[in-house]
Design a protein around this ligand. Structure first.
Ligand code: SAH
Ligand code: SF4
Length: 401
């Protein structure tokens, strides 16, 4: 019996040997395992009863022991003229996460065909608490299971199949810090790359981290072809302490060393992400410090204009300043791209969709939070390191705090 506290397992939380065991336990023919994996990854079915390759008896037996999808509810919103689909997923227990599906036209200049990328969440909320990030402000709710992560990809593939398109890339840049939920993330990568299941090449998967040093080392060892992205945001420790609170535990030099070791061990180029915040991390001195830190590496730098988030006093850097910084970094030998507006409307890659649903923040709580950030950033910009991180404000929604 399933109860609210212990729902049935989701089928994608079972690896192929567990599926084979389930098939045996239910007294079904052995070959049903392959049919099940094929149905969940490659068919249009959304429930067991729609899996036409299975007999009615097998459908019913499976429905009694495993959920076809882990999500309780799925809402979809298409934006940017249908190029981007936001998926808001309610998981068992009520936690909400988002996934964002982005469709890209062919790019003949770079020899690329049509692409489609799904940005997945690995946690509901996040414990790291970067103050410019909507997810960070929500605080941490819970880790996702491997099946819950894979199901975001299954949904994306299903949507794309209906359009005659294929999913080409998966990026762990939605809600959560993937390296703080590493075992389920690794298990989900196994499922996504298994030829019998997702069939996606490891090289088409990007794991983005705010700098969990032991996790970077482990990723290099166990999934060496996965691409690593590191959210740097600041090259100087006082500012990075504020923007990425994990920096107190693993300071920027250690993060860079871990990324360099990853690049050496895997032969893969690391991408460093910098969310550009007006007047905070976009000065020529910031660019010089970044260039110094990455000197001699093959790293790629991605500059991302900050999406505005209600509870911060901060705005995106002006486009012209971002271009100047990009030029300065290029002049020092780095490869640099600037992410354009794509995804802004989607609130992509920063948990804004689910955060919006948490309710409009109370104005007084927002005002207090903004004041705190103004004071903390003024100190950080003077190079003062504070021993204590700003606590995430939590869901500010509605309630006076
Ligand atoms: N926790 C991981 C992965 C999820 S966040 C990480 O931090 O890398 C994915 C990316 O979205 C990160 O680079 C993060 O810095 C960026 N991001 C978060 N909030 C943002 C905002 N308000 N504007 C622009 N980018 C943001
Ligand atoms: Fe967490 Fe990444 Fe957001 Fe920081 S930017 S709070 S690590 S999801």
């Amino acid at each position: 019996m399933s109860t609210a506290a212990s729902p049935l397992p989701a089928i994608s939380d079972l690896d192929p040997s567990a599926v084979a065991q389930l098939v045996a336990d239910l007294g079904l023919e052995k070959y049903r395992s392959a049919q099940i994996l094929d149905a969940i990854w490659r068919s249009d079915a959304t429930t067991w009863s729609e899996v036409t390759t299975l007999s009615r008896r097998a459908q019913e037996a499976l429905a009694g022991v495993a959920r076809f999808y882990s999500a309780e509810q799925l809402e979809r919103e298409d934006v940017e003229d249908g190029a981007t689909s936001k998926l808001l997923i309610t998981l068992s227990g009520g936690a909400k996460v988002e996934a964002v599906l982005m469709r890209y036209p062919p790019d003949p200049r770079r020899g690329r065909g049509e692409r489609a990328t799904i940005c997945v969440s690995s946690q509901a909320g996040c414990a790291v608490g970067c103050p410019f990030c909507a997810t960070g402000e929500l605080g941490f709710t819970r880790n996702l299971t491997a099946g819950e992560i894979q199901d975001q990809v299954r949904r994306a593939r299903q949507i794309l199949r209906g359009e005659g398109r294929e999913l080409t890339n998966v990026v762990f840049m939605g809600m959560g810090e993937p390296l703080q939920n590493l075992d389920p993330v690794l298990a989900s990568i196994d499922g996504l790359t298994d030829p019998l299941r997702g069939g996606i090449g490891q090289r088409r998967i990007v794991v983005s981290t705010s700098g969990v040093v032991p996790g970077i080392a482990r990723l290099a060892k166990v999934r060496p072809q996965v691409t690593l992205a590191v959210s740097l945001h600041a090259a100087r420790n006082a500012l990075r302490d504020l923007l990425v609170p994990l920096n107190r535990k693993w300071p920027v030099e250690e993060v860079i060393a871990a990324a360099a070791a990853h690049a050496r061990a895997t032969g893969r180029r690391t991408t460093f992400e910098v969310t550009m915040i007006d007047g905070i991390n976009d000065s020529p001195e910031d660019a010089a410090a970044l260039a110094q830190l990455l000197r001699g590496s093959s790293a790629h730098v991605n500059l991302i204009p900050m999406n505005s988030v209600a509870h911060t006093p901060w705005q995106e850097s002006p486009a012209a300043r971002i271009e100047e910084i990009a030029e300065q970094l290029r002049a020092s030998g780095l490869s640099v791209t600037v992410r354009r507006n794509r995804g802004r409307e989607a609130g992509a890659a920063c948990g804004q969709l689910a955060a919006e649903r948490a309710g409009a923040p109370a104005p007084a709580a927002v005002a207090r939070r903004r004041e705190l950030l103004v004071v903390a950033s003024a100190a950080a910009l003077k190079g003062e390191r504070s021993p204590t991180p700003l606590a995430p404000s939590g869901p500010l929604g509605g309630v006076e705090q």
